[in-house]
Design a protein around this ligand. Structure first.
Ligand code: DHB
Ligand code: FE
Length: 290
């Protein structure tokens, strides 16, 4: 059976893509940010997932404001990257796993999450930048990647409680897939940021650190917020935290923190990284029984 080995959440600011393209990783502005990923690289080298499920939000590339699903899942064997206007280099297509995607979609719909299934799906910086950060050498990246998209752009947005349940349902779907695959779940975006309006540049360090802490053991603590409260606390784009909450929901076992990094600011964003180990319940039970 497939097992979920862990979860990682990271910021997806487009300027990071520009820094990577220009090789600025050791520049004084960028060094503390990129150095934060070293522990994630070590963990990935040791744990080597076969499949990555990436929970992210599209920014007007594949879905526009005229038609926007609340939840969408890629169901293709390949996903094209396109630049939605940041001038970033376009990556090679990303390999998918349509069969695994359809299993997840069937489980989601069977459990009352009526997702949009996408046999064609363009992916934007929110999908590509986290992969480039986690695997700077694209050749070492897992060969199967499944995009899961949450609307964090056009209100009404799904609540944190709904996103946690969405993630939990994805987690159970992954664990009911027969092939022996090691799966990593990644959530992208956040933490606090606001790109427009009177509060442009808004960052809330206290709330971010609170979220980083709660996400490890008590993600339910974040489900008490309404979307307007989340906008108030994290900024209008800080609601990308929903992707992190869904990622955390997918970790159904005993969860422990491997590493976190918090660095203010990268562009307009409080950048953060969280690496979580998931010890599947079944293994824990087996260990106890043995
Ligand atoms: C920035 C952050 C984002 O999450 C995004 O999608 C675009 C821009 C920023 O801080 O510049
Ligand atoms: Fe974003």
């Amino acid at each position: 059976m497939a097992t979920i080995i862990g979860g990682i959440a990271t910021t997806h600011v487009p300027a990071i893509g520009n820094a990577i393209a220009k090789g600025l990783q050791n520049d004084p502005y960028w060094k503390p940010f990129f150095d934060g990923f070293k522990s994630a690289h070590t963990w990935l080298e040791t744990n080597r997932p076969d499949v990555v499920v990436v929970v992210y939000n599209d920014h007007g590339l594949n879905f526009f404001l005229d038609k926007i699903p609340t939840f969408a899942v890629g169901a293709a064997d390949q996903y094209q990257h396109a630049d939605e206007g940041w001038g970033l280099p376009v990556s090679a297509p990303f390999p998918g796993d349509a069969e695994f995607s359809w299993h997840i979609i069937e489980q989601l719909v069977g459990n009352e999450f009526d997702v949009t299934s996408c046999q064609e799906m363009l992916v934007d910086h929110a999908f590509t930048i986290p992969l480039a950060l986690l695997w700077p050498d694209a050749a070492k990246r897992p060969t199967k990647i499944i995009p899961v998209e949450i609307n964090t752009v056009q209100h009404p947005l799904p609540t944190p409680a709904r996103c946690l349940k969405f993630g939990q349902t994805i987690g159970r779907a992954i664990e009911s897939y027969a092939p022996d695959l090691k799966v990593l779940v990644v959530g992208t975006g956040g933490l606090s940021h606001q790109l427009d309006g009177e509060r442009a540049g808004f960052i809330n360090k206290d709330f971010d650190l609170f979220c980083l802490e709660q996400l490890v053991k008590t993600p339910e603590a974040l489900t008490r917020y309404t979307i307007p409260q989340l906008v108030e606390l994290a900024g209008s784009q800080g609601v990308e935290l929903l992707n992190w909450i869904a990622m955390r929901g997918a970790l159904t076992g005993r969860v422990s923190k491997v590493h976190s990094n918090y660095h203010i600011p990268i562009s307009n964003t409080a950048s953060a990284l969280l690496v979580l180990d998931n010890h599947p319940a079944k293994q824990t039970e087996l260990r106890k029984a043995g």
